[in-house]
Design a protein around this ligand. Sequence first.
Ligand code: PLP
Length: 283
Amino acid sequence: RIGFVMGKFVPLREAVIPVMDRGFLFGDGVYEVTAVIEGRLVDNDHHLRRLDRSLAEIGIANPFSIEKWTGVETELMRRNELRNGLIYIQVSRGVAERAFQYKDGLEPTVVMFPQFNRVQSNPVIKTGGRIITVPDLRWARRDIKSTSLLAQVMAKHAVKQAGVNEAWMLDGDEITEGASSTAFIVSASNELITRNLSQDILPGITRRTIIEIAKRHGLTIVERPFSKADVLCATEVFYTSASTIAVPVIEMDGVSVGGGAPGPVFRSLYDAYLQDVMQLPAI
Ligand code: PLP
């Protein structure tokens, strides 16, 4: 695999960054993940705009323009013959003597690499996935896509131990979001419900696109917090992310939810999403 590390295209096995990088020492950085489906970069401008916002929120100057980011992504696809998978981007504040305070003018460290998997042929789409709930142990600025991910590492370890697909995180009685996804339910009155944007959750790019498609389909969308009890009464339950598109949920904490099978709202949104992707020009 060829990565793009500190300005150069290099074999990933050989790539190194200095140990004094603040991303390594403090988790002082942000990241993005964009899906590649049949040679198309999915929702890429939105991902790059969110990267720009994450950087601005922590005071790192964006080292590249949207055109430059897209150019490097495209070149990574070309060099790796990547038609289906993900492109990972990480930007940290840079290399400096270890101190919490940072000097102006550090050169941000950029690391990018591809991951190979077919986002669009996950078998769980047909069978439905299972989730557990875990306490949301993250900090108070979850709208920033920070590389400090210990709470998510712990949540995903619990996912592995439980033998399920994802964890939804609880703030009191309310679901905030998935460990690496946005949470959605369909209510008995056929409303599509997902938590409103705030500093409590990441503004999911797939969330945004799914809401846009749902509006086109004439669904009523309600953006508000919802509880575990709301999930138990929902007719459908699913989560979205760039790396999965969307996954229907049929069980939460060992209890059947969403009618125990992937539902029609999920299916129509998922299919429309893929159809839209295939309208994009391939690279
Ligand atoms: N919420 C969290 C905490 C995430 O880590 C992610 C993606 O990794 C998402 C939501 C989904 O965001 P997106 O649709 O932009 O991939």
